[in-house]
Design a protein around this ligand. Sequence first.
Ligand SMILES: [Zn+2]
Length: 490
Amino acid sequence: MKAIILARVSTEEQMTEGQSIPAQIGRAREYAKRKDFDMVKEYQFDESSTKDKRAKFEKVIEDIRKSKEAIALIVETVDRLQRSFKESVELDALRKEGKLELHFIRENLIVHKDSNSSEIQRWDLATFVAKSFVLQISDNVKRTFSNKVKLGEIIGRAPIGYLNVTDEITEKKDVIVDRVRAKYICKIFKLYSTGDCSMKYLSKLMNEEGLTTKKGKKLGVRQMELILKNPFYYGYQLYKGELYPHKYEPLISYELFLQCQKVKEGYKKIPRKVSEKPFVFQGLMTCANCGCRITPELKKGKYVYYHCTNHKEICEKIYVNQDDLLKEVKAVFSKLVLSDEEKDRLVNSLKATEEGKNEFQKMQLKELRKENDRIEEKISIMYEDRLSGSITIDFYNKKFKELMEKKQENEFKMKRLNNANKNYYITANTILSLAQRAPEIFESSETEEKRQLVNFVFQNLELDGKKLLFKTKTPFERVLEYQSTHNWGD
Ligand SMILES: [Zn+2]
């Protein structure tokens, strides 16, 4: 069989190395050799230098379409090939025609003309997971990344317990531990973590012990609260809503921080006013007739009805009972429940995907660690050279700075990879457990949660008179499709 290899790197992944194009190609070639394929072409997408990404993908599709024989397309993982379901449509069409076999090395998945529905579903899920995964580790990060955050440098001023300093000669800014105040900060965390001290008590105690701000002011309850929730003290800083590791010395452990958050939660448990939107479909439906928003209305204080806002004044005012809509939604949810056998298949395929990812990340971590060892080595050699006078001090300083920055960057990447791993696991699990427990979760949920669940599973909810029109989001759509044709596992 003829085979095409596709390897791809995008800007984001260059942050997480170990996945270079040559490495991908190498593994794919090995795979092709094992399968005894006849190699016809190798595609390399280096998206960091290519503007027209879409056109390149089209070219692959075009090649396959033109080919007289069936083609095996070999890629390392699903996320090398595609980032969205849009691409699945084109690929799927070729697959059905028998023109294309997809080989995903890491997922250990082959999809072809005669693939059964569970294999297709594995592909869908892998695409879905890959997409969420990629979004999480890269796009978000890329957008919000400032170079400073990347290097673990502080954004803004250092919190109490640290000092902002400027080197007199180089004028380089830095943050150091304020040895005088740091011990008070540790004490605050330690005492609070016992659960026996309120913030008010801590504030009073600290005043007595002489803790003040740099300007000599006393610290109140509000300051205690800010200290106790600041991740900076255990090594992270909050930047645009996300946590990033910083390079300065932490004052406390993450465990201690966590313990304090638990204590604080405990204090808060005393009645909290629930502010919930009382309507499940609020903001989720439009009118099929005129496109206006559908709005809820409470009648007799307990019955919820929906109707078109009728801004265009072309609609009749039809009231639809929320209970009727809920019935329809629940019916869909109950169809998402899979049999044990089907569930096992899904779990297994997810596991396979995840193990692939884990292996992959372990490899990346190893690479990064190795590189940092090499950097250390280089630095020590350079130091010798400097002492012996074979390189100038200027040169040494310049190189030293470069190497240290690279090292710091690698350390940052390692932390990031570890986090991404967790996120990935959560994503995959969420989809599965959600599909499984959708009816149960829905039934037992508060209105706002119900609303979110509806929003998660459905798209384009429309009301046509009294009739609810809807589409479910992929991959739920695929689950429903199979359920309705009863062709599971054939
Ligand atoms: Zn309308």
